[in-house]
Design a protein around this ligand. Structure first.
Ligand SMILES: *[C@@H]1O[C@H](CO)[C@@H](O)[C@H](O)[C@H]1NC(C)=O
Ligand SMILES: *[C@@H]1O[C@H](CO)[C@@H](O)[C@H](O)[C@H]1NC(C)=O
Length: 442
């Protein structure tokens, strides 16, 4: 049951080692596109093709996977709010555009853990953001492979976490963040049991027989840092290693033992305890609940199956209003200009590099505007409460599409205000005709 005044966000997390494969044609199951109420997608991939050719042809944010995910998600009103890529490691965050003014990107980071280039493709990538005022750190990692490298895996886990500490004066230590979402191809294996026993347990879906020898479950019992992370029960088949284009575990000569290499963990900062003198109404509350943890067996392009975690995030917003509020009414002039009025909160620090973009609803990312204006230019009035600015929209083709305006803060590297969706009045597009054929004078 939803508690009034305590919003709930549905967060969908995917981790998948795609083994250099191109995206499959249909991602509906992976992204649960038929579920209505998703708010945020967090997608971490490993082994995205990072060959020289694809590094040259992919622009920073348009590798084939990013493009394809934007193609699929942007028509559903999800905008890519941040991404970070380090060789084959790719982390993307999408949000319904309505959430944009409440999400600030604090930092993005890459941490290679390769030893002398031997594991050049391993490490972690991180996006740290503020979500309705709460600090959330998201880490996608690829840890060293092979049964025998368990100690290195745990060491890299610590090292990646240590390196994520951000230059954020308020909360420099990642362990003080309200939430850490940590996932990836962690490469943990099932110890001791023989191949036949493991396969037999999987066939009979007696997964619990295997849990006691899972290296991550073992490590979580005594590693002081890992112990603070939670994971859902492994009630799905190990996601590695499959023959490609099949549902069969490795039939090659190596016959690798199946393993739960692909995992999703999270860590909530403990809620401050309400002391006896504190009133019973909490001012902050931030709680993540796992709704489902599963793999998606239908995808067969890789030797790994993707793993999905869906979460409910319940919280009391620390941020009630956007830093910038766009007035719902715009003024349309005869010179193809649109007059935008907006107000800012007293604590908002504007910069002359701030800009307002005009977008078609369904935009892919923040640079996907159809027009924009620097707020330092074209500003026609300014007082403490109200700002006004013209945006020239003469190049916009006649369209019935819906548009929105976004205010981008250069200091915060984030959208801090959006308008309601609106249509451009048709008379706008008729203007040239009207002016070209003036009304006959009487
Ligand atoms: C692999 O997946 C595709 C797409 O879902 C499917 O059409 C195909 O039958 C699968 N191949 C095998 C061998 O399962
Ligand atoms: C808007 O753009 C059009 C075409 O580029 C130009 O003719 C017009 O003068 C511009 N309006 C303003 C106020 O700059």
């Amino acid at each position: 049951e939803r508690i009034p005044g305590r919003p709930k966000l549905d967060i969908h997390v995917v981790t998948w080692n795609v083994a250099s494969a191109a995206p499959p044609l249909d991602l509906s199951d992976l992204l649960q596109l038929n579920s209505l109420n998703l708010d945020i997608y967090v997608i971490g991939l490993q082994e995205v093709n990072s060959g020289i050719r694809s590094l040259l042809s992919d622009t920073a944010f348009e590798d084939p996977w990013s493009s394809f995910l934007m193609d699929v998600l942007s028509p559903l009103s999800f905008i890519k709010i941040s991404h970070v890529r380090m060789q084959g490691l790719l982390l993307l965050v999408f949000a319904k555009y309505q959430h944009l003014p409440y999400i600030q990107i604090v930092s993005t980071k890459s941490t290679p853990t390769g030893l002398y280039g031997f594991w050049g493709n391993k490490g972690g990538v991180n996006i740290c953001l503020k979500l309705y005022g709460y600090y959330v750190s998201i880490i996608n990692c690829h840890l060293p492979p092979h049964m025998s490298n368990n100690v290195q895996r745990l060491e890299h886990f610590d090292r990646i976490l240590e390196r994520q500490n951000v230059e954020e004066k308020n909360i420099p230590n990642i362990l003080d963040h309200d939430l850490i979402l940590w996932f990836g191809d962690m490469n943990f294996r099932i110890e001791d049991f023989g191949l036949l026993f493991v396969r037999e347990s999987i066939t009979r879906q007696n997964y619990h027989e295997l849990w006691e020898k899972d290296q991550l479950i073992i490590a979580k019992k005594h590693d002081p840092l890992l112990r603070e992370f939670q994971e859902g029960p492994l009630l799905f088949s190990p996601t590695y290693k499959f023959d490609r284009y099949s549902d069969n575990y490795d039939t090659s000569e190596k016959k690798r033992k199946p393993a739960w290499t692909d995992r999703i963990l999270w860590r909530l900062k403990r809620q401050p305890q309400a002391g006896p003198t504190v009133s019973s109404l909490p001012t902050s509350y931030f709680f993540l609940t796992l709704r489902s943890y599963c793999s998606c067996m239908m995808y067969n392009i890789s030797d790994h199956k993707p793993v999905i975690g869906t979460f409910d995030l319940e919280f009391i917003p620390l941020m009630l209003n956007p830093l910038i509020t766009m007035m719902p009414e715009f003024l349309w002039t005869l010179e193809n200009d649109m007059l935008i009025s907006y107000s800012s909160t007293p604590d908002f620090l504007s910069s002359s590099w701030d800009w307002i973009g005009l977008y078609k609803v369904g935009m892919r990312h923040i640079n996907d505007y159809v027009s924009y204006v620097w707020v330092g230019d074209n500003q026609i009035s300014f007082d403490d409460s109200l700002n006004q600015i013209y945006i020239n929209i003469s190049d916009i083709p006649e369209t019935e599409d819906e548009f929105i305006l976004c205010y981008y803060s250069n200091n915060l590297h984030s959208v801090v205000g959006i308008s309601q969706p609106f249509k451009i009045p048709l008379r706008f597009f008729l203007k040239d005709n009207i002016l070209g054929e003036p009304e006959p004078q009487i």
